[in-house]
Design a protein around this ligand. Sequence first.
Ligand code: ASP
Ligand code: MG
Length: 405
Amino acid sequence: MSIIVQKYGGTSIGTIEKISLVADKIISAKNDGDDVVVVVSAMSGETNRLLDLAKLVDSDVSGRELDVLVSTGEQVTIALLSMTLIKKGFKAISLTGSQAGILTDSVFNKARIDSINNSTIKKYLNDDNIVIVAGFQGMTKDGDITTLGRGGSDTSAVAISVALDAKECQIFTDVDGVYTTDPRLSPGAKKIDNITTEEMLELSSQGSKVLQPRAVEFAGKYDVGIRVLSTFDEGNGTLVNKENDDQMEKAIISGIAFNKDEAQLTIRGVPDQPGIASLILGPIAKHNIDVDMIVQNVGEDGLANFTFTVPRNDFKIAMKSLEKSSIQLKAKKVVGNNKIVKISMVGVGMRTHPGIASKMFAVLADNNINISMISTSEIKISIVTDEINLKNAVNVLHNAFELDK
Ligand code: ASP
Ligand code: MG
């Protein structure tokens, strides 16, 4: 018999009524003849509530005890869902991450799954159970509870799909698929029927919130198909899988993602010499701040300007650190802007169609949208601009590349 893995996010199971609705969907999959394993998140808002409680104790709290706390959200939903299925007359059993055999490394709060021992899940499936597994959590080899980072239930679902060789990993959420861009920003945004894992990984990493990037990475590595579906509407959703012949004839651009969670820092008039980049970025890295885009312009008189972006949360610390370095480097000036946005166009078609970048820049220029940074990869072009340009930029690009067609 083939196995289907379904994952339901917090908004899909936020109330007992919704849990009952989800149970009916699960029952209908079971009645279609598949073995069904379900992965759930905590009820919507619950993980935030738990994190807020912890912050009341210690605003910088992290580590083992935090995982003991935040993993409880999923323990509530597996039990409630399992009870609901039993009440409806089906055999069901709830399993925590550790009971389900999910082994992780010991990096608390953002652990990675090392392996899954599928024997317990298999045993219950063979006994005709619907198996409900807590997402977002696992266990170290020493028996400590770990969690996988925000949005981690997606990764749990994909990993379990791999471990069970499932025919599909269905991610149920409150939208009916992946869109060409955020429909709240662009009314012309369209649902994508089919997208490659590679494109989805770029879209997720660049700001699309539908799937956790790590889940997509996992799916790509082990070649599992993910289908994103709405819990509340019918439809085929969006299938995310490896590139195939269909994709060759597809649109050149699949989607536009954006990320407002960034800030930009510039240090002006530093000596244009070997080692300067590491003198600037070294202290930033020491504060554990991730640097995303980096641009260096060489000016006149052997001086250069150096610009980079960091997560907006880290802006203040990064500015302080850079101001310190600027004294050492005898730089002319340090400037910062935390009201920027990174906009990224993604598509595998870029590989075979030159000129996408220049068209993108021309469209933005025609609309008076100033670009402050650019970065590209084989299937992605990202630009940074002031946040006030966000809506306009996304809309003009969406139209120019005919994503609404
Ligand atoms: N409950 C966790 C979170 O809110 C995991 C998840 O929803 O995927 O991040
Ligand atoms: Mg989620």
